[in-house]
Structures are given as structure tokens and as C-alpha cells.
Write a protein that binds this ligand. Sequence first.
Ligand SMILES: [Zn+2]
Length: 234
Amino acid sequence: MKAEIETMIELQGYWDEVLKALNEIERRQRSIAFWGDSLREKEANEASLKEMIKQGKGTLMSMELRLNETESKIKKLEERKKTVQTERELAAVTGELDLLYKTRDTVEDESLALMDTLDEREKALEAASRELQESQVQVASDIESLQREIASFDAVRKEKEERFHTLSEKLPVSVKSKFLRLIQSKEGRAIGEVRDEICTSCNFRIPPSLAQESLRGATVCVCTNCGRFIFSRS
Ligand SMILES: [Zn+2]
């Protein structure tokens, strides 16, 4: 086989390793982003529970104020009731008192219900905070090991890329520029084997004469369909 074909096969091997390493790095970067997002989601959940509890406590406090006000109004009116002179006055005071008792009962019921809700939210917050803390520890250690893996894949990528660039200098200029252009293309593939007259880069059948020429290995052949370099092993 012509030396430059051998060189291209070796170069393709290095490039495949580069792409594999990049792919592994990307997968891990996606994991890191995913874990970061899930952590932020848990932080937001905790913050919103805290906010709801804070608001609920504020509401409860104003309910208590209202309850106290109502109670003292009731007390005053009950006193006045004892001293009323006329039927009309008595009816007015009694009517007012009825309303106040109703208000008191309503506010009492509402504040009891709110206390229950607050209790539930406090429990939910406790669970959310615990879960967040556990996640923070877990995610930090996961991200650390993912970053270590990224660093080691990046070292592989760098090494293979250097080998690739050094070796690519051996190619004749005309072949080299076409080879580099092809390898930079989407699939990162510049040379592929021909098997049973099929170019394995694009899975198309090439003319039998070209397959024969490629099998002889004396010239640099190119697939008639995808334009990539081809080689055959006998
Ligand atoms: Zn092809």
C-alpha cells in the first residue's frame, strides 16, 4: 500500500480518538449542567417554602391582632349591655355583639387552619432543606469526579491531536489540504475502507474498476459518492 495511504489511515485513527475523547468530555459536561440545574431547582423549592412560611406568619400575626381587637370590643360592649336603659339600645348593642362574636369565630377558625398549613410547610421545609444539603454534598463530589474524568480525556485529546498534527506534516501538500478539509467536516472522517465495493464511509457502491484500483493500493483513490479517500485490504 502506498505510504501516504498508510499515513492517512493512521491519522484517521488519531482523529477518531480525538473525537471520542471530545464526545466523552461533552457527555460529562452535560451531566455537570444537569446536576447544577437539579441543585438550583431544589434551592428554589427551599426558598419558595421559606417565603410562604414567612408570609403565612405575617398573616397569622395580623389575625391575632384582629382577634385581640375584637375581644376588647366584645368586652366593652358586654359592659355596656349591663347598663343600657332602653329596649332599642339593648337591641343595637346585642346586634353589634352578634356580629363581633361571628367575626371572632371566623378569624379563630381561619387562624387555626393557617397554623395547620404552617405546620405542614415547616415540615416540608425541613425535608427540603435536608434533601438540598444531601444533594449539595453528593453533587459536589459527583462534579469533582466528572471534572477529573474530563481532565484525563482532555489529556488524551491533546496527545492524539499533537500526534495527528505531527504526522499530517508527512502528507504531500495537495493530499494534506484535502485530508484536513474532510476531517474537519461533520463526521470527522477523511478516509474509509472499501469492502465488497462499498465505501464504508458513506455506504455507497463504487465502480468495480475503482474498487480494483484501490485494492492494488498503488494510487490514492477517492470515493465517487462522498469524495473521501478510500483504501482496501486484500
Ligand atoms: Zn464514500
